[in-house]
Structure formats: structure tokens, C-alpha cells
Ligand binder design. Structure first.
Ligand code: ADP
Length: 489
């Protein structure tokens, strides 16, 4: 019995032991799992820390990039850009060595900003880069190289050239290609460089390229605008001298015309006088044939006197010696008068006379006989150069300061090239009508001078074969009419 009990107890104990062993094994496995998980957590934590560090570095780098970009993009002066870079690269980027090399105008490599290099090192770098252009050629294709991503051979070359362990080198590019390069590097192994640094320097070098390009374009525009300004000043001086010359010549011409006209007038008056005496028959009977000739002498003399008087008036107005008899004048009545005066000639050609006159034109202040000459000349010409059954219209418009008169006709019109010379003295357009009708080419220059003496303007618009419009303005205020100094004399 005891043995049986003992055996039963033993069996139970061994069951318990095997249960315990199983539990122990399970615990072991769990413990191992936990250990693995703990290791994983530590590893993940380390990786997270590293990622955080990398992220912090990138954020720091981006902030520096933003700051430097702002600094260099807010000036258009190339020297100032490098001055700002000098300060910013040292304080903001955190590399042991910084270098910016830029080509000068003679295509030589120049150190424009540096930190951490000795003069010997710089000389070595520049002379080697000038000797061996393979690195520059590769950079010129837009590649950025770093100790992280460069092929071994290139890495070795750059490390040797710049005397560093870790580096990034990036081209400074403009639209015209490579103009230089930017280099950063660290000597100590503890300060390694990441792909983030490579990206950062590449962006910064790009930004430097853009800022330099803007500065150079600005410089170019500035220089050419200065050159242009100098040219304009020179040309203005030349024009002023030429104008002075023209004014001198014009004055001499006016004086000459005035002198000659005076000289011509005296003998002409005698010729007219003698012809008149002869015509009276007081010196003996005059045969009809001689009488006819004497009448011709009289008519031609009259024409000549008119021509000389016009010439004298032009030169007097031009030189400011004209005496204008200013007074009150009713313009509408004057236009009515002109119509009466020229009605016979218009009737001959069955020309229709039309007017479109502003009702409220005030009493004007002007030299009536001179302005009447202007009207007679313009309307007379309109009649002369308008074929039968045509129309002549006088329009008078009023605004705050002036009356604008337009004399329009439906005549032969005037070509653009003739319009340019129309107000030159003695200019007459070569046409059928002018071949048959006499004229002096003085009417329009005189009319223009008279209007200008009243401080108005006279101009012409025309369409060949459709008709011509002569326009002129007259100030409505007395003080505007006599404003010109020359008229006060
Ligand atoms: P003239 O009438 O004595 O020739 P003007 O100085 O008055 O001199 O005119 C100069 C020229 O301008 C005229 O010969 C004529 O060819 C041209 N001209 C003037 N008025 C008109 C017009 N209304 N239509 C066409 N041509 C004109």
C-alpha cells in the first residue's frame, strides 16, 4: 500500500516537474523574445536619434540656405554679393572650409570668397584647376560632386586638391554656362558630409549663379543706359548747335529778303508811276497797242507789289517787328464777309458754300485785317483747287480756350510729301492747276505766320483726290493772344 501511495506520489511529482519544466521553457522563450525586442527598441531608438539628428541638420541647413539666399538676392552689386557671402558662409553653414571661385572677364579663375584655406593652398587649387580642366568640364555639365556620392577616382582627386576628407563641390551656373564653382569641406573624419549637404550646396550654388547673373544684367543695363544718356546729351548739344546755326541763317535770310524787298519796292513804285503817267496821255497820245502793253506793265507791277508786300510781312512777323492792330472782332461776321467776297469765283465753278459755326463764339481779340488775309488765302486756295460742282465748308468749333476753324474743300487734295513742304516760302505743288494759274507760294507761309503771331496754330490734313482741310486755332482770351513777347514790340 505504502509503495503504491509512494509510486502515485512520484508520478504526480514527475508530472509537476514536467509541467514546471514546460513553464520554465516557455518563460525562457518569452525572456529571449523580450531580450530581442529590447535590442530592437534600442536599435530603433538609435536609428531614430540619428534620423532626428539628420533632420535637425537638414532643417538647420535649409534655414541657413534661406537666410543666405535672401541676403544675396537683395542686392544687384556683384562685390556686395561676395561680401555678404563671406560673412554668411563662415557663420551659417558650419563647414571647416568654404571656397567660391569665379571666372573673371579674362576667363581666369579668381577666389571671390574663402574661409579655412592658406594662401598656398589657394594658389595650388587655382593653378591645378587651370591646368587640368576635367573637373571644371564635369561641373560645367551641371553635376555636383560630394564625398558621399562621387566615384572613387574623382573623390581622390578632389580630396587631394582641396586637402579635405569630406566635401561637396557644385558649379555656379548662369544661362551662358559655368561661371565658377562653390566648394565646402571638412578635414576631420568626425565631421562627415551627408547627401543633404550635397543637395544644400547644389541649391546654394545655383542661387549664387542666379544672383550674379541678375547683378551682371543690371550692370549691363545700367552701363548701356548711361552710354545712351551720354549719347543723347551729345546729340542734344549737336542739335542745339545746329538749331542755333539754322536760326542764324534764317535771321540772315529774313534780313536779306527784307532789304531786297525794300530796294525793289522803290523802283517798282516809279515804274508803276511812269506807266500811269503815260496811260493818262498827258505826255502824248497813246496808241491802243502801247496802252495794252502799259496795262500789262501795271498789272504785273501790282502783282510784284503784292509779292513784295507779302515777303515784307513774312519777314516782319518772323523777326517780331510786325505791328499787329489788335482789336475786338466778330469772327462770324468776318466769315460772312469772306463768303460775299468770294461768291463770284465760287459761282463761276458752281461751288456750294456751307458753314457749321458754333453759336456761342465770343467776341474775339485779334488783328481783323490780318486774320481776314488768312481766310481769303485759305478759301481762295480752296476755290482754286476744287473742281466745278464741289463744296467748300467753314467750320468753327469752340472750347474753353480757343476757336478752331476748319476750311474744307472737295478738291484735288495734297500728297503727304508736299504737305511737309507746303509752308516753305515759294513752295508750289507741281500740278495741272498750278501750271495754268499764277501764284507765289507765299500765301500759306504768311497765313501760318499770322496765326502763330496770334498765338494760334495752323495745319493741314488732306486726302488726294478727295479734298483738303486747313485748320487753325485762335485763342479766345485777350491775354492768350498777346502772350508772345515778340508781339508786344
Ligand atoms: P499759291 O496759292 O500762291 O501757290 P500758297 O502758299 O497759298 O501759294 O499755296 C501753296 C501751294 O499749296 C499751292 O500752290 C497748292 O499747290 C497747294 N494748296 C494750297 N491750298 C490747297 C488746297 N486747298 N487744295 C490743294 N492744294 C492746295
Amino acid at each position: 500500500m505504502i509503495i503504491v501511495v509512494f509510486a502515485l506520489l512520484l508520478i504526480k511529482k514527475s508530472d509537476t516537474i514536467s509541467i514546471l519544466t514546460g513553464t520554465l521553457n516557455k518563460l525562457k522563450t518569452s525572456f529571449n523574445d523580450l531580450d530581442e525586442q529590447a535590442k530592437l527598441i534600442v536599435k530603433t531608438d538609435l536609428e531614430l536619434n540619428r534620423a532626428q539628428e539628420e533632420l535637425d541638420k537638414r532643417i538647420g541647413g535649409l534655414e541657413s540656405l534661406q537666410k543666405i539666399s535672401r541676403l544675396i538676392s537683395t542686392t544687384l552689386d556683384e562685390d556686395e554679393i561676395f561680401h555678404r557671402l563671406d560673412i554668411a558662409l563662415k557663420s551659417d553653414l558650419g563647414f571647416e572650409k568654404n571656397l567660391i571661385l569665379i571666372y573673371d572677364k579674362e576667363k581666369r579663375i579668381r577666389v571671390r570668397s574663402e574661409d579655412g584655406f592658406s594662401q598656398d593652398e589657394l594658389r595650388f587649387i587655382v593653378s591645378n584647376l587651370e591646368k587640368d580642366s576635367s573637373l571644371i568640364a564635369a561641373l560645367g555639365e551641371g553635376h555636383t560632386f560630394s564625398s558621399v556620392t562621387s566615384p572613387a577616382q574623382r573623390k581622390e582627386l578632389i580630396v587631394g586638391l582641396f586637402n579635405v576628407e569630406h566635401f561637396v563641390i557644385s558649379p555656379v551656373l548662369t544661362q551662358n554656362g559655368i561661371i565658377g564653382m562653390m566648394f565646402v569641406g571638412n578635414r576631420s573624419n568626425a565631421l562627415s558630409i551627408t547627401e543633404g549637404d550635397e543637395e544644400l550646396i547644389s541649391i546654394l550654388a545655383n542661387q549664387i549663379g542666379q544672383s550674379l547673373e541678375n547683378a551682371r544684367l543690371f550692370e549691363q543695363v545700367f552701363t548701356s543706359s548711361q552710354q545712351l544718356e551720354t549719347k543723347i546729351q551729345d546729340r542734344t548739344k549737336q542739335l542745339a548747335t545746329a538749331l542755333e546755326e539754322v536760326q542764324k541763317i534764317s535771321k540772315t535770310k529774313t534780313e536779306f529778303i527784307s532789304a531786297v524787298s525794300h530796294e525793289l519796292r522803290t523802283p517798282l513804285t516809279s515804274i508803276k508811276g511812269y506807266a500811269a503817267i503815260l496811260m493818262t496821255g498827258k505826255l502824248g497820245a497813246i496808241p491802243d497797242e502801247v496802252k495794252a502793253r502799259l496795262e500789262k506793265i501795271n498789272t504785273h507791277s501790282d502783282n510784284l507789289v503784292k509779292l513784295i508786300n507779302d515777303l515784307l510781312d513774312i519777314s516782319r512777323i518772323e523777326s517780331g517787328r510786325a505791328e499787329m492792330n489788335y482789336g475786338k472782332c466778330n469772327l462770324l461776321a468776318m466769315i460772312e464777309n469772306i463768303n460775299d467776297l468770294l461768291t463770284p469765283q465760287m459761282k463761276e465753278k458752281n461751288i456750294t458754300w456751307k458753314t457749321e459755326l458754333a453759336a456761342n463764339i465770343p467776341e474775339m481779340f485779334l488783328d481783323s485785317s490780318q486774320i481776314e488775309r488768312v481766310f481769303i488765302n485759305l478759301v481762295g486756295n480752296a476755290v482754286k483747287f476744287t473742281p466745278i460742282d464741289g463744296t467748300i465748308q467753314i467750320k468753327a468749333e469752340l472750347d474753353a480756350e480757343k476757336v478752331t476753324i476748319t476750311v474744307s474743300d472737295t478738291g484735288i487734295g495734297i500728297k503727304e510729301e508736299d504737305i511737309l513742304k507746303l509752308f516753305d516760302e515759294f513752295y508750289r505743288v507741281e500740278n495741272e492747276i498750278n501750271l495754268n494759274v499764277k501764284g507765289t507760294g507765299l500765301g500759306l507761309p504768311l497765313a501760318k505766320k499770322i496765326v502763330e503771331a496770334h498765338n494760334g496754330q495752323l495745319w493741314v490734313t488732306s486726302i488726294v483726290t478727295e479734298g483738303t482741310n486747313f485748320h487753325f486755332t485762335l485763342p479766345t482770351k485777350k491775354e492768350d493772344v498777346i502772350k508772345k513777347e515778340s508781339l508786344e514790340t
